[in-house]
Design a protein. Sequence first.
Length: 319
Amino acid sequence: MGLTFRSCLVLPLSLAGLLLAPSALKAAAPSPAATEAAKPAAAPAASSPAAPTNYPVPDDQPELTLHDSPEDALRAILQRAAKDSGMPPRIVAFGEYHELKGNNGVPSALKRFSTQLLAVLQPDLSDLVLETWVTEGNCGKQETAVVKDVQKTTTRPQTTESELVTLIKQARGLGVQPNILTLTCAEYQGLLDDKGAVDYEKMLKLLGDSLHKKIAQVRLRRAQAGVNKIVAVYGGALHNDVFPSDELRPFSFAAATELMFPGQYLEVDLYVPEFIARDASLAKEPWFDGYQKLQKPGKAVVVRRGKSSFILLFPRFKR
């Protein structure tokens, strides 16, 4: 989406600094009913992402459409994606342009996903995979060093964690199973360089690979149980990218997921206009001028970059 590796660290890290407290683990753990429902067939272990031999490219001219609401915009995206692929998407990966501090009360993409878009998906949604992990303090100084460094480097507001916990609880209340990542002690140790500092390039790669494995595990488990509903993913607009730059390709799970589940994958990036207003790299994107001309107060805009890749731009916040 026009992001550079440097901006991904500023935005921040794509994992978004969403490090949940142990108290949030219970909210994301499978309920007894969900666990029993998953038992008809154990999911095969998901291997490391396969490397595609070629990569798709975006269309020469992006398509832009105007919609009365974000809900209508998402419905239109799902319908167009089904038309493009000849089947409804079963893996829908949402990627946000991260909220930073000093947003002056503008609702985040995470908040809007929770309050507006989740209900659109809910009737056909089984699982929600979240780009975050739980810190339990069991990996000693390596875990402590990683968490401290990430919290210092990221610049997200304090509301992010509470909004994420709210989303987890809301999903469970709707009968949707939340799924979060776990990092082993060896993985924590592998994120530190020889000076004890976090190597953020390694972190981005680890997150992309971990998300791919989690998505595959959940999708395969549900399919073996006879459940063919959507597995949604929520994270940053980096790991889900269908058309990443060469620099960012190692961090995206999109190509490997599409290779494993042909025709089932859909990227939907969520942009809050106030958050992208000062991003010079996005202003150079081929859809940006068209968006500025098309946008209207209270309306949502959808950008189709190419097959399986969409951007949903929320209306500006009305105070």
